[in-house]
Design a protein around this ligand. Structure first.
Ligand SMILES: [Zn+2]
Length: 144
């Protein structure tokens, strides 16, 4: 698994979380793109798990925070990712952090920045705002 794979996996997971609605002002983010355009990221993503040693068997995964225009802090978390996939991603992060001698939050921020710029670059795909929901049909397996 390389960085490009990680970016692809995480991006398609996050895109599958949309549409999303701000619980306070009710504004609807139809896509990750809309979300990135109308919210402001708060600091670097957070990881509550310690991965310098053994990856936890039930990791919480990273959390990314952003402020809605109304001031409410919205979160994107990895709760919907299958645990084994999350562990794989964390294993990768652990190795990469060692290799690059950076902290995990720096790595997460780097990945987030790459996803953001990819998503925001996809201008050509959405020049006709027919129904952009058909663009991403990811099979995020969410058990009931
Ligand atoms: Zn809001």
């Amino acid at each position: 698994m390389g960085e490009d794979d990680v970016v692809r996996i995480v991006r398609s997971y996050i895109e599958g979380l949309f549409p999303k609605v701000c619980p306070t002002c009710g504004v609807r983010f139809g896509s990750l793109r809309e979300y990135l355009q109308s919210t402001t990221h708060l600091e670097s993503p957070i990881l509550y798990d310690t991965i310098n040693e053994e990856i936890p068997s039930q990791p919480l995964g990273p959390l990314s925070l952003a402020n809605c225009a109304c001031g409410t802090t919205l979160t994107i978390n990895s709760r919907g990712l299958p645990t084994d996939q999350l562990i794989q991603l964390l294993e990768w992060a652990k190795v990469e952090c060692n290799k690059r001698s950076i902290g995990v939050r720096d790595l997460l921020r780097h990945i987030r920045d790459r996803i953001d710029s990819q998503v925001l670059q996809d201008d050509e795909d959405v020049d006709s705002l027919n129904d952009s929901s058909s663009i991403t049909k990811t099979s995020t397996s969410s058990p009931p």
